[in-house]
Design a protein. Structure first.
Length: 366
């Protein structure tokens, strides 16, 4: 991919507010842009919007060595001074912007803000609430906006029937996922992804710095794509590896955002054979397995049995896994069933914490 094409793609991602993707793309090609103002400005702006202010400042300083009077850069650096409460330097930069670009709205609004709300505690409130981003470099129109406008126009032309259909389709979409911008690794965290002292722990996976960063990024991307099982695998890989304490801590926090699935929403359900080969990589993942039960023990508040995985047709057993429910269950041991459960490990052995069961009433197909 040519350098110009990389920058074009990065700018498009920046307009789409995909800041982490911008940073990952440009960091991987940093040696292709030794003297590129646009490279430093674009990656610095992405860092700024995700809250990695230290990295943003370093990239903007590098851009300043190439072009000191670029209005976009002056706006960005002025905003950094402003959010730090350094109104003296911020005023200096905003006045330079007005001299070079008298109609610049951001500089005008920022100078008015400093005049009315320049006290340190008020600036801190704006930073904490995110309103300070009003003075950040503008990102331009989101690439999806033209398509959305065209779609809305079609809905309006289509009348009430089209509007109803659109609302119905929107209602079927899953709710938006949590904002993970706080989980983006800084440049320093990426460069120091390895645990320095390995003498105090046991690590199932010894990974390179690149592999750790790739697993961490993959976990975040899988989460946003509603592929929680795939995200859990990458989280497990990190938690059982020689990753740094910071990255393992972030992975643990990310794990808390994963949701319990249903039969209809579970993704990336793994086979017994896959899990048996490396159980710890799949701990806490959700599986949908079919088979039959044996050695059942039922009470008014719990149910446990052995799940004969793959034995629904009574021809072959892929494996035998303990299955436990924390509630009373009405399961017919003479009929095949399909189980949704979460994979757990105790004393090195796997078992399923059951959530749901589907069992045909007459022994029909699952």
């Amino acid at each position: 991919m040519a350098s110009r094409s990389v920058l074009h793609r990065a700018k498009k991602l920046l307009r789409a507010r995909r800041f982490s993707a911008v940073i990952k793309l440009l960091q991987e090609r940093k040696y292709d842009f030794p003297e590129s103002f646009d490279y430093y400005y674009v990656i610095g702006t992405a860092c700024m919007y995700i809250g990695d202010i230290g990295s943003a400042d370093r990239y903007f300083q590098a851009a300043r060595k190439i072009s000191m009077l670029d209005t976009r850069l002056l706006v960005a650096q002025a905003a950094l001074f402003l959010r730090r409460g350094d109104t003296g330097h911020a005023l200096e930069y905003y006045l330079d912007i007005q001299e070079n670009d008298p109609g610049n709205k951001i500089a005008r609004d920022a100078l008015e803000f400093i005049r009315l709300h320049g006290a340190p505690e008020e600036i801190a409130d704006w930073v904490a609430s995110g309103r300070i981003k009003k003075f950040y470099p503008p990102l331009g129109v989101h690439p999806a906006v033209p398509g959305i406008c065209a779609f809305l126009a079609i809905c309006l032309i289509g009348g009430a029937g089209g509007l109803f259909f659109w609302r119905y389709r929107e209602s079927l979409k899953p709710p938006p996922r949590a904002d993970l911008s706080a989980f983006v690794l800084s440049v320093d965290e990426r460069n120091n992804a390895l645990q320095e002292d390995l003498s105090g722990g046991v690590y199932r996976y010894i990974l390179t710095s690149r592999q750790i960063n790739e697993s961490y990024d993959a976990a975040r991307e899988y989460f946003q794509d509603y592929r929680d099982n795939a995200a859990q695998v990458e989280i497990n890989r990190i938690l059982n590896s020689n990753a740094s304490a910071v990255i393992r801590h972030n992975a643990t926090l990310l794990q808390s955002y994963l949701k319990e699935p249903t039969f209809d929403t579970v993704t990336d359900s793994f086979s017994y054979e896959q899990i048996a080969a490396d159980p710890y990589l799949y701990e806490n993942c959700w599986v949908v397995w079919s088979g039959r039960v044996a050695n059942a023990q039922a009470t008014e508040t719990a149910y446990s049995c052995d799940l004969l995985v793959g034995y629904e047709d009574q021809k072959r057993v892929d494996g035998i896994v303990p299955l436990k429910f924390n509630s009373a269950m009405n399961i017919d041991a003479q009929l095949p069933l399909r189980v949704l459960g979460q994979l757990c490990i105790s004393d090195g052995k796997i078992w399923l914490n059951g959530k749901s069961v589907y069992q045909p009433l007459t022994g029909g197909k699952l």
